[in-house]
Design a protein around this ligand. Structure first.
Ligand code: 5AD
Ligand code: SF4
Length: 443
């Protein structure tokens, strides 16, 4: 018998939200909440939301609607909305959804315990300020202990917000201006993660390669510099970072890809479009050609690097010729994987004022682009067959005895698991390629 209160968290959107959800759960753990994976079992439901496209934002309201019977049956249930929809829509949420007790934006979630106190006093707080204090300084230290079945991988936020103002994007409004955490804090947090068994860390930021944090020496550290310092931590075997803007890939960071063995040969470098006209209308501040030249420099430093990107089709004004330019860029690069999205007009962004491409046209382009991306992904995966990779094992696979992990290229790899434990880093020879994963044998 335990009288711990139960917390159910649902996370939408990006990896930053995954990290934030963990930190919020930790902040609430200090208030006696333990997490549950069943909403109907919970005393508190926390939705950590995404505002990036209309569909993602609207999903929150339908999910809230579905919580109504639960709340009716259990009036003490607390319902909180966090994340980027909370930031963008604030009090609109409590107005539209009377069952919501609390709204908290991504920069204020360290105030959650406080806000819960106000809920207990019958208030319905809406906290969407960008507080002067740094939330990371006000969160409890990350819990110690051992891996105990958890994945040997972790996210670590090093930078938040964005100053780029791409014409389609809400992030500069929902997450605010670019802020980098001091390097010392990041190194401390990384050491703590490693002490509890984490072997791979993915550094997170909306514009992570624009990282410019205070170094231990008081000077300004770039992401490349931070990566080199993190790579010196014993027991930390792998580093990754996401998401990057092409204009912030500096020489030092590119060089780190060639020289730093712990930095994995994988880079997510969104280009959005292959048409200079559209890139200009998107306010991307680079051209297709400058992107391709950048890719050449990165590949010169690390020839086997696997590249991925994001694309938007049907951006206002996109013609057939613009779209063809995107397909041409994809063919020129040869991506290991990519995400493609139909443009979604977001309130408050400059592009929302412009006229949309007809939906059928955008749909057809999305299908054509996705077919090309899938074809490239398959080719890259098939080229792995016969090669030897290193795999960090994360969990048991679907078949009995199977274990699954990730290669340095972030491919999911499964092996018959004889003698493999979660957290092991082993050499594997790839023997087969499936639609979404590779299969292999321990070397
Ligand atoms: N519509 C469609 N896709 C978008 N993205 C960002 N904003 C929008 C939008 N308004 C995509 C971009 C970005 C990814 C995270 O989401 O491709 O890189
Ligand atoms: Fe969604 Fe962007 Fe917010 Fe992440 S930062 S939760 S992708 S809107």
């Amino acid at each position: 018998m335990t009288d711990a209160k139960k917390l159910f968290v649902k996370t939408y959107g990006c990896q930053m939200n995954v990290y934030d959800s963990e930190r919020m759960a930790e902040a609430l753990a200090a208030q006696g909440y333990e997490t549950t994976d069943r909403a109907d079992d919970a005393d508190m439901v926390l939705l950590n939301t995404c505002h990036i496209r209309e569909k993602a934002a609207e999903k929150v309201y339908s999910d809230l609607g579905r919580l109504r019977p639960l709340k009716t049956g259990k009036p003490d249930l607390k319902i909180a909305v966090a994340g980027c929809v909370a930031q963008a829509e604030g009090a609109e949420i409590t107005r539209r959804m009377p069952l919501v007790d609390l709204v908290v934006g991504p920069q204020a979630y360290h105030r959650l315990p406080d806000l819960m106190g106000r809920v207990a006093r019958g208030e319905r707080p809406v906290e969407t300020e960008f507080p002067a204090e740094d939330k990371f300084d006000h969160l409890p230290a990350r819990p110690g202990g051992t891996l105990a079945g958890r994945a040997p991988t972790a996210f670590l936020t090093v930078q938040e917000g964005c100053d780029k103002f791409c014409a389609f994007c809400v992030v500069p409004y929902t997450r605010g201006a670019e802020v980098s955490r001091p390097a010392t804090r990041i190194l401390d947090e990384a050491r703590g993660l490693v002490a509890r068994g984490v072997r791979e860390i993915t550094l997170l930021g909306q514009n992570v390669n624009a990282y410019h944090g205070q170094g231990p020496d008081g000077g300004d550290w770039s992401l490349g510099r931070l990566i080199r310092a993190l790579a010196r931590i014993d027991g930390l075997e792998r580093l990754r970072y996401t998401t990057s803007h092409p204009n912030d890939m500096d020489d030092y960071l590119i060089a780190a890809h060639g020289e730093e063995a712990k930095l994995m040969p994988y880079l997510h470098l969104p280009v959005q479009s292959g048409s200079d006209r559209i890139l200009k209308a998107m306010n991307r501040k680079h051209t297709a050609d400058s992107y391709l030249r950048l890719i050449e420099r990165i590949r010169a430093a690390r020839p086997d690097i696997l590249l991925t990107s994001d694309f938007i089709v049907g951006f206002p004004g996109e013609t057939d010729a613009d779209f063809e330019a995107t397909l041409a860029l994809v063919r020129a690069v040869g991506y290991g994987a990519s995400f493609s999205f139909k443009y979604s007009a977001r309130p408050g962004t400059p592009a929302a004022e412009r006229e949309d491409v007809p939906a059928e046209v955008a749909d057809a382009r999305l299908q054509a682009l996705q077919a090309l991306i899938t074809e490239q992904q398959r080719a890259v995966q098939e080229a792995m067959v016969g090669r030897e990779v290193s795999v960090l094992f994360e969990k048991p696979g679907r078949l009995p005895g199977q274990m699954v992990g990730k290669s340095e290229y972030l491919h999911a790899v499964h092996v018959p698991g004889e003698g493999v434990a979660v957290g092991d880093l082993r050499r594997v020879r790839i023997t087969e390629s499936g639609p979404n994963s590779l299969g292999g044998r321990l070397v």
